[in-house]
Design a protein around this ligand. Structure first.
Ligand SMILES: Cc1cc2nc3c(=O)[nH]c(=O)nc-3n(C[C@H](O)[C@H](O)[C@H](O)COP(=O)(O)OP(=O)(O)OC[C@H]3O[C@@H](n4cnc5c(N)ncnc54)[C@H](O)[C@@H]3O)c2cc1C
Length: 440
């Protein structure tokens, strides 16, 4: 009989919900009109709602499902600004000044979010332990080293290269070819962070209506007329924060966002010795594979969480978890026999430029979409920035390097990313090519 990778009491839901279970919000009577409707109760929508409510606006957040529906309570809790584009690639596409501004904005977003968590006293297991980016190939290590020199010079980036001979101080495996330590990154318990934001938003006087999808939008004079299955209301302003869950109600945005399924497993509790053996420090970790894998310790420092795109098209965690488990053992053979207690998935929003987008639609609705896997920091910050624009208009103070980026789409793309499976397949094949060790 094939040994199951699951414990008998495995849960097909985020590990985070054990410590931060879903709390249904009190039912909200739909008002006839408000100042601002926010679509989506993830970090972006909540961050904007907080700033808007504190700025004196009457705000209603409409959430399609439960507040746990989106990525906010399902992600891996690694706080950083990983734009998936190197400084050199950004310089090639947009010029050096914009590349510098984008990199600086990433650091600004991390600082903003860490400050918000601390100043609001949101109890979400924030640990400022940095991130280790593990090199899957020797050439990745070399490229990261060259990039780091440029980043230090151009934007004062705080990081260090760690050769393979020293990597076990950071990750207990010889699977990788060294890596890069990024000092500013952090980890959080994402569901607790979302709940903390929800509490602050409600205290600031905004309302959050769960199970209230926005199904139709139209302009009515100077107002937005917003339809939901529970009724229709009007709003002076509208903020769209639907990310990977963007649907047909905003088809123009849907065809600019690429939703990718991402999967996570959490192991059963490990002994302190075993933890020390595989993850000697509690910090964010990911590798440089084309199909990136992220890993971390849980806030209790006794389980390993491991995530990535386990499958090209599958969305059933019961089937993807064994594949992720195999990947886990590939990185940490010392975890042989360790079983999975939790597994789940959610959707991450990518864009064709691999950069987040903030802007205003033709009808005047504001949006922030496509944080490309860095929504904790970048989404929180851009949600706040968009709210400042709704309150005070655009100004030099709330400018971002993403303002004048065209929000690209591709011919025939309507929001169902048929090209993802072939792309992922080509990535998976590239990841399988032999790796050679040539350096330290
Ligand atoms: C498995 C996984 C791992 C990840 N790991 C990380 C990580 O380590 N670090 C990191 O920074 N990011 C990570 N991410 C991405 C991160 O979760 C997102 O960037 C973040 O949640 C984005 O916040 P958001 O508010 O834009 O979107 P979401 O949190 O996804 O919220 C969007 C909300 O909009 C709602 N909605 C959609 N349509 C409508 C409608 N018509 N009406 C009303 N509501 C609507 C949805 O129900 C949803 O709740 C991960 C994501 C996943 C799935």
């Amino acid at each position: 009989m094939v040994e199951s990778v699951f414990t008998p009491d495995v849960k097909f839901q985020p590990y985070w919900w054990d410590a931060a279970p879903y709390r249904p919000l009190p039912t909200v009577d739909l008002p006839k009109s408000v100042d601002v409707v926010v679509m989506g109760a993830g970090y972006v929508g909540l961050s904007a709602a907080l700033t808007l409510a504190r700025g004196g606006r009457d705000v209603l957040v409409c959430e399609m499902g439960a507040v746990t529906n989106g990525g906010a309570s399902r992600n891996q809790g690694q706080m950083g600004a990983v734009f998936k584009r190197s400084f050199s690639q950004l310089t090639e596409s947009y010029g050096r000044d914009k590349a510098v501004a984008i990199m600086k904005s990433g650091r600004g977003a991390i600082e903003f979010t860490q400050n918000l968590i601390e100043s609001e006293q949101i109890s979400c297991d924030l640990e400022r332990n940095g991130r280790f980016v593990a090199a899957y190939r020797q050439e990745d290590y070399d490229a990261m080293g060259r990039e780091l020199e440029i980043l230090k010079r151009e934007v004062g980036f705080a990081g260090d290269m760690v050769p393979r001979s020293e990597q076990t101080k950071h990750i207990g495996t010889d699977f990788y070819f060294g890596g890069q330590l990024r000092h500013i990154d952090a980890t959080i318990q994402p569901a607790k962070y979302q709940q903390g934001l929800i509490d602050r938003v409600l205290s600031a006087g905004a309302r959050i209506a769960e199970h209230t999808p926005v199904t139709h939008l139209e302009r009515d004079g100077g107002l937005f007329r917003i339809t939901t299955p529970r009724g229709t209301l009007t709003a002076r302003d509208l903020f769209i924060a639907t990310n990977a869950y963007t649907g047909d109600v905003t088809p123009d945005l849907r065809r600019r966002v690429i939703p990718l399924g991402a999967y996570i497993i959490a192991t059963e509790p490990l002994s302190p010795e075993r933890v020390k053996q595989v993850m000697p420090t509690p910090r964010a970790l990911h590798d440089t594979r084309k199909l990136i894998f992220g890993m971390r310790l849980t806030p209790e420092h006794n389980r390993i969480m491991f995530g990535g795109r386990a499958s090209l098209s599958e969305t059933d965690p019961a089937r993807t978890a064994p594949r992720l488990h195999r990947r886990l053992l590939q990185v940490f053979p010392a975890l042989e026999g360790v079983r999975v207690t939790h597994t789940w998935h959610g959707f991450v929003a990518f864009t064709f430029q691999y950069l987040p987008h903030i802007g205003v639609r033709n009808d005047g609705a504001h949006f922030v979409l496509g944080c490309c896997g860095s929504g904790i920091a970048v989404g929180t910050h851009l949600g706040h920035t968009a709210a400042l624009r709704i309150l005070n208009g655009r100004s030099a103070e709330n400018a971002t390097p993403f303002d004048d980026l065209p929000f690209e789409t591709r011919p025939l793309y309507t929001g169902r990313p048929w090209f993802v499976a072939p792309t992922m397949l080509s990535y998976a094949i590239k990841d399988m090519l032999p790796r050679h060790h040539t350096g330290a």
